[in-house]
Ligand binder design. Structure first.
Ligand SMILES: [Zn+2]
Length: 326
């Protein structure tokens, strides 16, 4: 993607509930965008039809000629073989070994490239967002899970098997809660949205007083990380403590990554990044304090592309592929 891409690319960000699509201009602008539901119940064919349909829809809306679109990038969650264009396993979609790139290419007049959604977002931020100009960018998405991406000199680093940057599955506390990957005390099991909500809910169930009880309508099971942030904003002690634990765990995780990689920039996105400085401030402080110089000078920033980072990044996958990346 380095240098100016000559043509438009279409980005598709496929999630378990919705598909975000957009025609992206060479300067990173989303010229036309659309969001449609993911017809998961219809199976693989229905989802591929929906992807192709929304790609054509945004191309029409943008008024670009077929020949002006260089290709389509498809970002999906979970393990995959990007070079083969195969989604290995996507539990949200019920997919196993789906050759998504080929199936989508058969439905469209453009070549299609597959990539991991966190990798795509990392590439989008590196190319057009908060990672612009960075030599080595680490991207973390902190939401229901914790994922990541590594971009070195404008190129994704995906590892020997395409499985690099699983930042959420580094163990922070070997005695910590069980992670969905099977290990104990992964960053994801400690600092994700559900992990944060769970720790708050446990304390409510134990009888502690908190404004969270009111926010959750009296049911601890309804507590969300957003509520924890809101209660902390209002000075609630329990919420403040729970959030401090989350930022401490996340800070340790980011400090480990900075120690390993010495990046010049770390960009943090995902639902929890909406907490802004309440999340980023303590992470930044911990890294400054605990990581050895000069690596601790790293810049730690929120995403700049917001919800579009996935689809802009998916478009970047298409540009990379057309430039001979794969
Ligand atoms: Zn894990």
């Amino acid at each position: 993607v380095r240098g100016a891409p000559a043509q438009y690319a279409i980005g598709l960000d496929l999630g378990g509930t919705k598909i975000a699509a957009g025609v992206v201009a060479p300067d990173g602008r989303v010229v036309a965008g659309a969001v449609v539901p993911t017809p998961v119940a219809g199976g693989v064919e229905a989802v591929l039809d929906a992807l192709a349909g929304v790609a054509r829809q945004v191309a029409d809306a943008a008024g670009v000629a077929l020949s002006e679109v260089v290709g389509v990038g498809l970002a999906t969650p979970g393990p995959m073989d990007p070079e083969a264009g195969v989604v290995t396993f996507a539990p949200n979609l019920g997919w196993r070994d789906v050759p998504a790139a080929r199936l989508l290419s058969e439905r469209l007049p453009w070549p299609c490239t597959l990539g991991n959604d966190a990798d795509a977002a990392a590439l989008g931020e590196a190319t057009f967002g908060a990672g612009r100009g960075a030599r080595l960018l680490l991207y973390l998405t902190v939401s229901t899970g914790i994922g990541g991406g590594i971009v070195l000199g404008g190129q994704l680093v995906t590892g020997a098997h395409g499985a690099a940057a699983e930042f959420g599955h580094q163990v922070i506390d070997p005695a910590g809660p069980r992670c969905r990957c099977g290990r104990q005390g992964c960053l994801e099991a400690l600092a994700s949205g559900p992990a944060t909500a769970r720790r708050a809910a446990d304390r409510l169930r134990a009888g502690e007083a908190s404004f969270l009880t009111e926010l959750a309508g009296g049911d601890p099971a309804q507590v969300t990380a957003v509520m924890v942030g809101e209660a902390a904003d209002r000075g609630d002690l329990l919420a403040t403590e729970v959030l401090a634990e989350t930022t401490r765990y996340l800070g340790i995780g980011v400090a480990n990554l900075v120690t390993l990689f010495d990046p010049d920039r770390v960009v943090i996105g995902g639902g929890l990044a909406n907490l802004g400085e309440r999340l980023l401030g303590p992470v930044r402080d911990l890294v400054r304090r605990e990581v050895l110089p000069p690596a601790n000078r790293v810049e730690i920033l929120p995403v700049a592309l917001g919800k579009s980072s996935g689809l802009v990044g998916a478009a970047c996958l298409a540009w990379t592929a057309s430039a001979g990346g794969r």
